[in-house]
Design a protein around this ligand. Structure first.
Ligand code: ADP
Length: 306
C-alpha cells in the first residue's frame, strides 16, 4: 500500500487578480507530522481549507487516500479532523456537549471517545462549563478535542498553539506526538512559533507568497540550519557585489553596515575568502555559525533582504 496520504499537483487558488496559492505541488506521507511555515498571508489557511474540503482550488489535481474523484475524496474526509481559523464551537453548549455533538456528527460509534478527548486536552474539570465562558486557551483545547473525537487518520490544525500558555503548549505537543504514534495519524500543523514546531514536526513545508519554496525532513533541516557563514568587514557593498556575481543562487542578509549572514552554504567560505582577498577587502571576521529555524526561514524567504 502507498505511504502517501495526500498529493497535490499544480494547485492554484485565485481570488480576483491574486493567487493565494500558485502552482503548489506537495506530497504528504502517512504517519508524519508536517510543520507548515509561512508569513501572514502566505497561503497556509488556503491550502489547509482545500485539504479539509472547505474551499475548492481554482485549478490543479489532488489525490487523497488513493482517491482522485471529488465525490470519493469527500467520503474519505470522514477520517479528517480539522481546526482551521479557530474552533467551530457552539457557545451556548457545554464543553462535553460540544465534543459529544461533534462525535455524533462525524459518526464515531465509540461513546467513550468524548470523555477521553476531554481528558486528553485537560478539560475534564470544565466539562460542564458553557463554551462561551472558556478562556481563549481553553477554547483552543476544546477545538482540538473536537478535531480529534472522530479518531482521525489525518489531523489539520491551523495555529493550534495560539492562546495557549507555556504549560499547555508542552501538553499539546506531547498529545499530538502520542496521537501521531498511537493512532497512526498524519498531522499537518501550522504555527508562527517556529521553535515549537521544530520540537514537534518530522517534516517542514515552507510557503511564501502562495508558492511552496521548500519541503524538508527534520534531519535535512537540522543539517541545513546547522550552519551559516558570518562575514564582518567594512566593505559590505563590495562583498554583496561578489556574492551576487559568484554565488547568484545563495541567500544572504545584510545584518548591519559591517556584517552579512550567508545561509545554508558553509562550503563557500574558502572560495569567498579568496574573492574578497582579490578585491583587497580586509575581513575582520569570517566564520561558520549555528542558525535558528527563524533565521533559516528569513534566509530562504529573503523576507528581510530588501
Ligand atoms: P495565511 O493563512 O498564510 O495567513 P491565507 O491563506 O489566509 O494566508 O491567505 C492567502 C492570501 O489569500 C492572502 O493574501 C489573503 O488576503 C488572500 N485571501 C484569503 N482568503 C480570501 C478570500 N476569501 N477572498 C479574497 N482573498 C483571500
Amino acid at each position: 500500500m502507498s505511504d502517501v496520504i495526500f498529493e497535490a499537483r499544480n494547485l492554484t487558488k485565485k481570488y480576483k487578480n491574486q493567487y493565494a496559492l500558485d502552482d503548489v505541488s506537495i506530497t504528504l506521507k502517512k504517519d508524519r507530522i508536517y510543520g507548515f511555515i509561512g508569513e501572514n498571508g502566505a497561503g497556509k489557511s488556503t491550502l489547509m481549507k482545500i485539504l479539509a474540503g472547505l474551499i475548492f482550488p481554482t485549478s490543479g489535481d489532488m489525490t487523497f487516500m488513493g482517491e482522485t474523484d471529488p465525490a470519493a475524496i469527500e467520503k474519505k474526509r470522514k477520517s479528517v479532523g480539522t481546526m482551521i481559523e479557530g474552533p467551530y464551537i457552539y457557545p451556548g453548549y457545554s464543553v462535553r456537549q460540544n465534543v459529544e455533538l461533534q462525535r455524533l456528527l462525524v459518526g464515531n460509534p465509540d461513546e467513550s471517545a468524548t470523555d477521553r478527548m476531554i481528558e486528553l486536552v485537560g478539560l475534564s474539570d470544565s466539562r460542564k462549563k458553557k463554551a462561551k465562558k472558556l478562556s481563549m486557551g481553553m477554547k483552543q483545547r476544546l477545538g482540538i478535542a473536537m478535531a480529534m473525537v472522530g479518531n482521525p487518520r489525518f489531523l489539520i490544525l491551523d495555529e493550534p498553539i495560539n492562546g495557549l500558555d507555556p504549560k499547555n503548549i508542552v501538553t499539546l505537543r506531547c498529545m499530538l506526538k502520542k496521537i501521531n504514534q498511537d493512532n497512526d495519524c498524519t498531522i499537518f500543523v501550522s504555527s508562527h512559533i517556529l521553535s515549537e514546531l521544530y520540537l514537534l514536526a518530522t517534516d517542514f513545508i515552507f510557503i511564501h507568497k502562495g508558492k511552496i519554496i521548500e519541503s524538508v525532513t527534520h534531519e535535512q533541516l537540522e543539517e541545513k540550519c546547522s550552519q551559516y557563514v558570518f562575514v564582518r568587514n567594512n566593505y559590505i557593498p563590495e562583498t554583496v557585489t561578489i556574492l551576487e556575481k559568484y554565488f547568484p543562487d545563495i541567500n544572504y542578509k545584510v545584518e548591519t553596515d559591517d556584517a552579512i549572514k550567508i545561509y545554508g552554504k558553509p562550503e563557500i567560505m574558502t572560495e569567498l575568502s579568496g574573492y574578497m582577498m582579490q578585491a583587497g577587502i580586509t575581513v575582520s571576521e569570517l566564520s561558520a555559525k549555528e542558525m535558528s529555524l527563524e533565521e533559516y526561514f528569513i534566509g530562504i524567504t529573503g523576507a528581510e533582504r530588501k
